[in-house]
Design a protein around this ligand. Sequence first.
Ligand SMILES: [Cu+2]
Length: 224
Amino acid sequence: MEIGKKLFIALVVIAVMAGAYGISLNITHPAHIQSSGSSGPVAITLVITTENYYNTTTGQQPHYYLLQNGSLRSTSTITFPDNENITLTIICYDNGTAYPLGQAQNNIGDGAGQASLYDVNGTVGNVVKVINNTNVNSTSSGISGGSTVSSFPPYSVAHTFTVSGLNLNIPIPPSSTVVADLHFSSSQTGSYSWQCNAPCGTGANGWSGAMSTQGWMMGSVVVS
Ligand SMILES: [Cu+2]
């Protein structure tokens, strides 16, 4: 009886300790995952496609999309977090420039108060990485894949991603992937307009159609 009681108590103690060990494993395991590394930059990906149906008179137009969870979503409003390192990747499937070589240069760069359509502005270091220039038939010079650049040659871009209110200008060459590091301070929170400043739409100056339509070649940027 006495031995049986002791054995019973010993078994209870072992059972409680085993249980506590199991609980402590359950508690420490997720805690270990949480502390196993700092989070990297916030990744935001934009995709420019062509041949998007606009309407019967205009036909097809180029279009900026937000790539999110494997789907192409509207760029009417693009949100950038403040006080975070952001990696903005812009994948451009458009293989043409907005203005072909030889066309009136004085039409370019006077659109939205930008110093130049072709200069990188407002990114970390005022540079972008062109990690993939797949436009093998390009007649433009000075752009190659895998390079970090602060400006592009005149007439060499298909589109831009420009937020004048943030002094941000990212030129996008044809058939390319451009990566920009961004960082906005808390003093930059607010709502801004984004616009492609390479006249890629319709009309005499190329500023109609996609260029003047929310979520196509213009929209809002919210830093919050
Ligand atoms: Cu454009």
